[in-house]
Write a protein of this length. Structure first.
Length: 201
């Protein structure tokens, strides 16, 4: 069993799981065996610009608005990691420095992705309709944590997180991840707490 990961762009990543000896007809890079991202604050999309940025003059909304009342404090931070393990995908996340309104709340990993595979009902391969903010929950070990002491820690696998295994032995998969986050799933008006990304001081 071989599993491979690849970075597609600034906030995009792909994961290719290659099982057995054949490659099918999916085309993927020869080496990509780990994905890791820091977690940043999560802000609402700008839909009605009322200002512009300096330099490039990009349309923008002022002020920037966080997507949830549960926030990562300036002294906090974390990371999310995915890598192959024995025919599955290991998923780990750590986040610390969460504010008081996060205490006791449940945070779960969500992902936006375009998935291509050779595990199809018809034809040698297919591409799944894009998933948007898809929660990795429902299985025996969902990709979730309960915030305690301002900290969150997640350790599971993709097949364990979901109610039905996402990866089948002997099939090839390419996960083009368009975004990932930790989302609050409990309490009032839950929303995204942190997203995969980078911060420039």
């Amino acid at each position: 069993m071989r599993a491979r990961f690849f970075v597609i762009g600034g906030t995009l990543l792909g994961v290719t799981l290659l099982a057995g000896q054949g490659f099918g007809i999916l085309s993927n890079p020869a080496k990509a065996n780990k994905f890791q991202s820091t977690l940043t604050g999560s802000y609402k999309q700008c839909t009605a610009p009322n200002t512009t940025t300096l330099g490039l003059g990009l349309p923008a909304c002022q002020p920037a608005v966080l997507t949830d009342v549960c926030v990562v404090t300036p002294g906090g931070g974390g990371k999310l990691q995915a890598k192959p393990v024995a025919g599955d995908l290991s998923i780990k996340a750590k986040l610390k420095g969460l504010g008081a309104l996060c205490e006791g709340e449940t945070l779960c990993v969500t992902a936006s992705a375009r998935i291509s595979s050779t595990n199809c009902a018809a034809g040698p391969d297919c591409t799944v309709q894009d998933l948007t903010d898809f929660p990795l929950v429902g299985g025996s070990t969902p990709a979730c944590c309960v915030v305690s002491g301002g900290k969150c820690k997640i350790k599971t696998t993709l097949n364990s997180a979901l109610p039905i295994p996402a990866v089948s032995s002997g099939k090839n998969y390419s996960f083009d991840i368009r975004g990932c986050s930790l989302t609050r799933t409990t309490g009032t008006s839950p929303g995204q707490v942190a997203r995969c990304g980078v911060v420039i001081p």
